[in-house]
Design a protein around this ligand. Structure first.
Ligand code: ATP
Length: 323
């Protein structure tokens, strides 16, 4: 029986502009997405029939984090047909018109419901992996057509790297990735409903807009300081209002030395750009001290990771990983 190991990388939105709601009920967006080294591991094992799935806690330090501090591990996602990875396998079987089976094992390291597209990344990893395991010979575009039925972020997660996205996030234009810049993630143990976030955004008198084009220019010049200046997210103010603790942690990240801080997607994860890895460790330690002094209220999980700037950096590829 064959086995395939895939990496499912987290993403952040370096810029996210949300437009008015469209007649189909979705919002048009203009965003710049960036994959991170932090990843889930998805193992696919061939079965004669049926889909089954196990989720287990992963190890962030073996899965793309340079260092991490976790007060609370997130609950695991469902191990049934509601898991986006399962749904992706089901839809691919339908699209390819085949009956072969698979057992999926997911080692979660990406925080859940965090604005980091963990579920979409797992779904994309399943599509990529099953395409190989079942020898389907489908192109990335064909896989993306299946993936978008699972979620708007799945096509980007199939592509990985850096891309400009429009439509509902599914229309992608890859752009050259910047160097493997170090980034700090701060995730409070709160969940934010994406639907509620967009609803609150629609109710704003003057919804904030973001110039994602400026971010693309900054990325093209590979100027980290300029990229930090161009960070922007239309949804940030809404989520910060819903979770005021985020405002304090955002300030703490700036005080600790981040060059720029932004919420990813609809949150609640905040990410901070730092000068280099050494500076990242320094900022990480400062924030650990702040967390230790705080001791009460909502305490965040912290991860230091990097932009995914090239493929093939995965020590789990090539069968080295055994679930
Ligand atoms: P996005 O950035 O695309 O909005 P997110 O990071 O906010 O995504 P996810 O971690 O993808 O959120 O999870 C969203 C919801 O999907 C959770 O409520 C979770 O229970 C469910 N879910 C289903 N399958 C998965 C999976 N494989 N990994 C994570 N969450 C999953």
């Amino acid at each position: 029986m064959g086995q395939i190991v895939e990496s499912a990388h987290a993403k952040i939105n370096l810029a996210l502009d949300v437009g008015p709601v469209r007649p189909d009920g979705y919002h048009g967006i203009h965003t710049v997405m960036q994959s991170l080294e932090l990843r889930d591991i998805v193992v696919l094992e061939e079965r004669p029939a049926g889909i089954s799935l196990d989720c287990m806690p992963g190890d962030p330090l073996r899965q793309g984090a340079r260092c991490s501090l976790e007060f609370d591990r997130d609950p695991l996602p469902p191990s049934n047909a509601r898991n986006l990875a399962w749904r992706a396998a089901e839809l691919l079987r339908e699209a390819a018109g085949i009956r072969r089976g698979v057992h999926i094992t997911i080692r979660k390291a990406i925080p859940l419901a965090a604005g980091l597209a963990g579920g979409s990344a797992d779904a994309a990893a399943v599509l990529r992996g099953l395409n190989r395991l079942w020898n389907l010979g489908m192109s990335r575009e064909e896989l993306a057509l299946v993936g978008v039925k699972v979620g708007a972020d799945v096509p980007f997660c199939l592509l990985e790297g850096t891309a400009e996205a429009t439509g509902i996030g599914e229309k992608l234009k890859p752009v050259p990735s910047p160097p493997a810049w170090t980034v700090l993630l701060l995730k409070l143990p709160v969940s934010v409903s994406t639907a509620a976030c967009y609803k609150a955004y629609d109710e704003l008198q003057n919804p904030p807009r973001v110039d994602a084009g400026r971010m693309l220019e900054a990325l093209a010049s590979q100027d980290l300081t300029e990229v930090a200046k161009c960070l922007g997210n239309s949804l940030e103010a809404v989520t910060l209002k819903q979770v005021p603790e985020l405002i304090l942690w955002r300030e703490a990240m700036e005080e600790a030395g981040c060059l720029g801080v932004l919420m990813s997607g609809s949150g609640p994860t905040l990410f901070g750009l730092v000068r280099n890895e050494e500076h990242g460790h320094d900022v990480f330690e400062r924030l650990v001290n702040t967390v230790k002094q705080e001791r009460q209220g909502l305490l965040p999980n912290l991860y230091l990771t990097r932009f995914l700037s090239s493929k093939g950096n995965d020590e789990f590829e090539g069968g080295a990983w055994h679930a």
